[in-house]
Design a protein around this ligand. Structure first.
Ligand code: SF4
Length: 244
């Protein structure tokens, strides 16, 4: 087994409670104009063998206690052998995904080799116009596919990540609707800070939100909500309302 992957190294901000090693898997099936992983999308590095990937990560044990698969879109590659080996090595495994490969997520969850899933929500259910702009292409059956993924992922630690882009998708009603989706799958909502500095499409011209604005938007959520920023990583904002 070989992987198109970049070794991004140690990170304490991507998996709360963990010091992780981050692997960036190259390539993606979407073309989001705001994508921050431009190098990873375009890169066609030589593939790296499973043994070499494991050796690189295990070199950092026992400092790290987890691994984050990100990208690009990690589920474009067969992560099962890698996740199984990492779990066998005593590490927790988290994936950041666009949610469009439910069968792989299901396989990882059912085999007990995945501990945490972050699914990025490209648009609020039913908003096809924003979805097309957000994903950079037409995506058939987007929400039904996403819901299948969420259905598998609800059996582990699960978050729905919503990238807040002022002027593009930051209507407070969107936050409420994203939280309702999260509630259906017992997930928390994470409002992510958009960073325009490294975007894929230079013409996608929107600013970064202020951190205080993310806190304001969190008020519209009906579930446990966190924000995620470049400087602060994850910050807990509000618990699930007790009345739910
Ligand atoms: S933001 Fe994520 S899903 Fe979108 S193109 Fe980049 S890696 Fe792919």
């Amino acid at each position: 087994m070989e992987y198109y992957v970049k070794f991004a190294g140690l990170d304490a901000s991507r998996y709360p409670g963990h010091l992780t090693y981050v692997l960036e898997f190259c390539g993606c099936n979407l073309k989001c104009p705001y994508c921050y992983a431009v190098d990873c999308l375009k890169s066609q590095n030589k593939p790296v063998g499973l043994a070499s990937v494991l050796e690189e990560i295990m070199d950092h044990q026992p400092i790290v206690d987890g691994v984050v698969f990100t990208g690009g879109e990690p589920t474009q590659q067969d992560l099962f052998p890698l996740a199984r080996a990492l779990k066998a090595g005593g590490l927790d495994v988290k994936i950041e995904t666009n949610g469009l490969n439910p069968s792989l997520i299901g396989k990882l969850v059912h085999n007990g080799v995945l501990d945490s899933v972050s699914v990025s929500l490209k648009a609020i259910p039913g908003d096809r116009e924003t979805l097309k702009k957000s994903a950079g292409k037409l995506v058939r059956n987007y929400w039904s596919t996403l819901e299948t993924t969420l259905g598998f992922a609800r059996h582990v630690d699960l978050e729905i990540a919503y990238l807040v882009i002022p002027g593009f998708n930051d209507d407070p009603k969107n936050i409420e609707k994203a939280s309702l989706l999260a509630r259906r799958f017992e997930a928390r909502l994470v409002l992510e800070e958009y960073n325009p500095e490294t975007r894929l499409d230079p013409e996608f011209d929107y600013p970064s939100p202020r951190v205080s604005y993310l806190y304001e938007l969190a008020d519209y959520s009906l579930v446990e909500t966190w924000i995620k920023t470049r400087r602060g990583g994850y910050e807990f904002v509000k618990p699930t309302p007790t009345s739910l």
